[in-house]
Design a protein around this ligand. Structure first.
Ligand code: IPM
Ligand code: MN
Length: 370
C-alpha cells in the first residue's frame, strides 16, 4: 500500500483540538491497515508568530510543498490583533494558498437530515440540501495590487484594495465547476456583480464562453452575487454548484455553512492544477470555520468540519473515495444516533465533547468497515 505524506498544521484557537481528532483517525487508519499515512507537523498563524515572528516559517512552507496534502486547522485570535499586518495569522494561510497555487476551493454544504432542526431556517428549506460552492482562491481582491494605506497629509488616509481577474483565472475555475457539476446534478450558477464591477463583466463573459465551447450539456445560470446571497437563504435547494470569486465565495460560503446547522459542519478542499507529469496536484484541506478563540481549550469544539475535510483529502488527494464515503457515512450515523456537540444541539441536555465526537465517528467507521 502506498504511503502518503501529510503535513498537519493545527494553527490557533480550536485548531489543535479539532486536529487532535484527525490525528486520532489517522492513527486508527494506520493501525487497522486501511491506509498508510506519515504525518509531520508545523506551525501556522499566531502559533508560528509566537515561535518565529512570522505567520509561517520557510521550513514549514518547505514541508507543505513536499507533502502530498496539507491538513489545516484554523488561524487567528485577539491575542495577535496588534501584530504587524504582514505577519498577522491569516497571512500564513494566504501564503500557503498562493505559493501552492491552490486556486480552486470546494466548499460543500450538506444538510444531514438529523441536523435540519439545528439550522436557523425552516426544516423544509434545508432538509436534504446538497450544494457545493466553488470559490476562486488565489486571485481577486485578496491578492490584487496595489493594496495600500496612504497618508494624504491632510489628516486623511486613503486605503486601496484591488480586484483583478485575468481570463485564464476565470477559465480554469469555471472548468472545475462544470466538471464537478457533471458528476452531480449538472447545474452551475455563476455569481458576480457585473452591474457595478468590470471584473464581474469579464467573469460573466468568460464563464459563458467556456460553457458554450465545452460544457453545453451542463445547465448554466448567472445571478448577481447580492441576490444570489438572498436566494441562498430563501430557497437554497435551487442550487447545485455555485462558482464565484474569492471575496464573494468567502461570504457566500459562511452563509451556506449556517444552512447546514452550524459553521462547525462545513469542510473544504483547496486544490491546485493537476501536474501533467506526475498526475498529482497540490492540496490543502481545512474546515470553513475559524479559530473560535471564545471556546478554545474547553473541549467544546465540533470536530466534524475538520474530520469531513480529511474525508475530502481521502477523496481528492488519495483516490480513496470508498473510504471517504464510509467516513461521511459514519458522521451521518453518529448524528442520527443523537450525539451532538454544543453548537448543533437544539434541545437541552448534556452535549458531547470534541473528543467524544471524534471517538464516536471512529467507532462507527469501524463498524462500517468490518
Ligand atoms: C476562510 C477564512 C479566510 C478567508 C481567512 C482566515 C483569511 O475566512 O477560509 O474562509 O478569508 O479566506
Ligand atoms: Mn471565510
Amino acid at each position: 500500500m502506498a504511503t502518503h505524506k501529510l503535513l498537519l498544521l493545527p494553527g490557533d484557537g480550536i485548531g489543535p483540538e479539532v486536529m487532535a481528532e484527525v490525528q486520532r483517525l489517522v492513527d486508527w487508519l494506520n493501525a487497522t491497515g486501511l491506509a498508510h499515512f506519515e504525518t509531520e507537523r508545523g506551525l501556522v498563524g499566531g502559533a508560528a508568530y509566537d515561535a518565529h515572528k512570522v505567520a509561517i516559517s520557510e521550513a514549514d512552507m518547505g514541508k507543505a510543498k513536499a507533502a502530498d496534502a496539507v491538513i489545516f486547522g484554523a488561524v487567528g485570535g485577539p491575542k495577535w490583533d496588534g501584530v504587524p499586518y504582514d505577519v498577522r495569522p491569516e497571512a500564513g494561510l494566504l501564503r500557503l494558498r498562493k505559493e501552492l497555487g491552490l486556486f480552486a476551493n470546494l466548499r460543500p454544504a450538506v444538510c444531514y437530515p438529523a441536523l435540519a432542526e439545528a439550522s436557523s431556517l425552516k426544516r423544509e428549506a434545508v432538509e436534504g440540501l446538497d450544494i457545493v460552492i466553488v470559490r476562486e482562491l488565489t486571485g481577486g481582491v485578496y491578492f490584487g495590487e496595489p493594496k495600500t494605506i496612504t497618508d494624504l497629509g491632510n489628516g486623511q488616509k486613503r486605503a486601496v484594495d484591488t480586484q483583478v481577474y485575468d481570463t485564464y483565472e476565470i477559465e480554469r475555475i469555471a472548468r472545475v465547476a462544470f466538471d464537478l457539476a457533471r458528476k452531480r446534478r449538472n447545474k452551475v450558477t455563476s455569481m458576480e456583480k457585473r452591474n457595478v464591477m468590470k471584473t464581474g463583466v469579464l467573469w460573466n463573459e468568460v464563464v459563458t464562453k467556456v460553457h458554450d465551447r465545452d460544457y453545453k450539456d451542463v445547465a448554466l445560470e448567472h445571478q448577481l452575487a447580492d441576490s444570489g446571497g438572498m436566494n441562498l437563504v430563501k430557497a437554497p435547494k435551487q442550487f447545485d454548484v455555485i462558482v464565484t470569486d474569492n471575496l464573494f465565495g468567502d461570504m457566500l460560503s459562511d452563509i451556506a455553512a449556517m444552512l447546514t446547522g452550524s459553521l462547525g459542519m462545513l469542510p473544504s478542499a483547496s486544490l491546485g492544477e493537476i501536474d501533467a507529469k506526475s498526475g498529482k496536484r497540490k492540496a490543502l484541506y481545512e474546515p470553513v470555520h475559524g479559530s473560535a478563540p471564545d471556546i478554545a481549550g474547553k473541549g467544546l469544539a465540533n470536530p466534524i468540519a475538520m474530520i469531513a475535510s480529511f474525508a475530502m483529502a481521502l477523496r481528492y488527494s488519495f483516490d480513496m473515495g470508498e473510504l471517504a464515503d464510509k467516513l461521511e457515512g459514519a458522521i451521518a450515523e453518529v448524528l442520527k444516533s443523537g450525539l451532538r456537540t454544543a453548537d448543533i444541539k437544539s434541545e437541552r441536555g448534556a452535549s458531547a465533547s470534541t473528543a467524544q465526537m471524534g471517538e464516536a465517528i471512529i467507532n462507527e467507521l469501524d463498524k462500517l468497515s468490518a
